[in-house]
Design a protein around this ligand. Structure first.
Ligand code: FRU
Length: 442
């Protein structure tokens, strides 16, 4: 059976279930994207770190397993974490998860590599400070002139999401400094925090999670960010909490600074509930989930922008460029980019892809993305208020799509699964647009 869902520019595991991107770094000439991986099965019962590497951010190789749950500190899973390069050694920080007599224990652990191929777990570890429950995980590390910094996603003993802050002077011994940030916004648990400075602003990324939902076995969570300042080891937001992505499938993003000085981000391209995951058609081919494309983050005029990677844009082969109000095609390629710009703000647009499987509508200053579910067969929608629409760029892979709105002011990510090759596209705009359609090189 041919695999119609196999993506070309979204990283997918060779087999098994992939979730969060971990340990993003550049080391000895290669980009490293580690990831949460169950290489044995299509469920979440086992977690190790798998690894993709690349020299150019375009061609990736899966290197198999990197960190296994093989010590008493991490027997129930090597959970998410990050990387830092220090004195030409790669340091990986992760959460060792173990369940002893049914109760959870989380330790923040470290592994070191000199060659980027073998990873030596170190004996030191951090135990959870008194004020948190054992939902304490996903260490993110950075360094500056004051030393090394670590934030860890957590839950306070009275049940709120919180982020813990640690410091180190030698990248080995860590001292707990207190709560970096907590608020009701963080619901009942804060997963996968990230912090960085960009274009003169400080950003905190976090995934607030609601855990005790009565009727649903699924945990509800989403990925968000704040802008703010650090004072006395605490983060003070200057903005409201904002969603990172306004589509259906985006979670657990992580960023790092690449050698070109760019803040690059990958995320897990899934927010599927358990029914959607169970019905996901790639299971027939032995794997589940993918990562988003890498995005470059920028802050422009006080706003966060997410931009598609230059390298990917440069790999486009331009096929068609036209001025039109209408664009119809029966055969949209699986690796394509549609680019639309309007010289003045648009009053409406309707875009239907793949026999109405995915639609996008802009009207009355609202952008509405709809997707027919492969699980309950219903149409689900995501709506965002948007004062004006001046540019839309859509990256279409075989079963993943990312929509960059107004040059990255907002992004909507989603998976879609077509039973047959119905790759039609129908775009109707209220105003003349510059439209270009290109294919991406594989
Ligand atoms: C987020 C997450 C992390 C955890 C990992 C386990 O998706 O729940 O908090 O470390 O996945 O796979």
């Amino acid at each position: 059976m041919e695999n119609l869902y196999k993506n070309h520019f979204h990283l997918e595991p060779p087999r098994g279930l992939l979730n969060d991107p971990n340990g993003l770094t550049y080391f000895q000439g290669n980009y490293y994207v580690f990831h949460q991986w169950n290489r044995f099965d299509l469920n979440h019962n086992y977690k190790e770190w798998g690894l993709f590497t690349s020299k150019d951010l375009l061609r990736w190789k899966h290197q198999g397993s990197a960190l296994l749950p093989d010590s008493d500190k991490d027997l129930s899973g090597v959970y998410s974490g990050s990387a830092i390069v220090n004195e030409d050694k790669m340091h990986l920080f992760y959460t060792g998860n173990s369940k002893i007599d049914g109760s959870r224990r989380s330790l923040q652990c470290q592994a070191i590599s000199e060659d980027g191929k073998t990873f030596q777990k170190s004996n030191s570890f951090i135990i959870t400070p008194e004020e948190f429950t054992e939902h304490h995980r996903d260490p993110k590390i950075w360094s500056d002139q004051n030393g090394y910094h670590m934030i860890v996603g957590s839950q306070t003993k009275n049940g709120y999401g919180a982020i813990a802050y640690y410091q180190s002077i030698d990248c080995k011994e860590w001292d707990y400094q207190g709560i970096f940030y907590t608020s009701e916004d963080l619901e009942q648990m804060a997963e996968c925090p990230d912090y960085f400075e960009l274009d003169g602003e400080s950003l905190l990324l976090v995934c607030p999670q609601q855990r005790d939902l009565e009727s649903d076995t699924d945990i509800s969570s989403y990925s968000a960010y704040y802008m703010g300042d650090i004072r006395d080891n605490e983060f003070y937001p200057t903005s409201e909490i904002q969603p990172m992505d306004d589509g259906f499938d985006f979670y657990a993003p992580q960023t790092f600074l690449d050698p070109k000085g760019r803040r690059l981000m990958w995320a897990w391209m899934s927010r599927m509930n358990s029914k959607e995951e169970a019905a996901c058609p790639t299971k027939d081919f032995g794997y589940l989930h993918c990562l988003t494309m890498p995005r470059e983050l920028r802050v422009i005029d006080g706003k966060l922008y997410q931009l598609p990677l230059q390298e990917i844009l440069q790999s486009r082969k331009k096929i068609e460029s036209l001025e039109t109000v209408l664009y119809e095609s029966e055969e949209l390629a699986t690796q394509s980019v549609i680019d639309m710009t309007w010289s003045k703000s648009l009053s409406s647009i309707e875009l239907a892809l793949f026999d109405q499987n995915v639609t996008l509508e802009y009207k009355h200053q609202k952008l509405i993305l709809s997707r027919k579910s492969w699980s309950d067969k219903q149409v689900h929608t995501k709506t965002i208020p948007l004062k004006e629409l001046t540019a839309l760029q859509i990256f279409i892979d075989s079963s993943a799509m990312e929509l960059f709105i107004n040059k990255g002011e907002r992004v909507m990510s989603l998976r879609y699964f077509l039973q047959q090759e119905k790759r039609s596209c129908d775009i109707r705009a209220s105003h003349q647009m510059n439209l270009s359609y290109s294919k991406l090189e594989s």
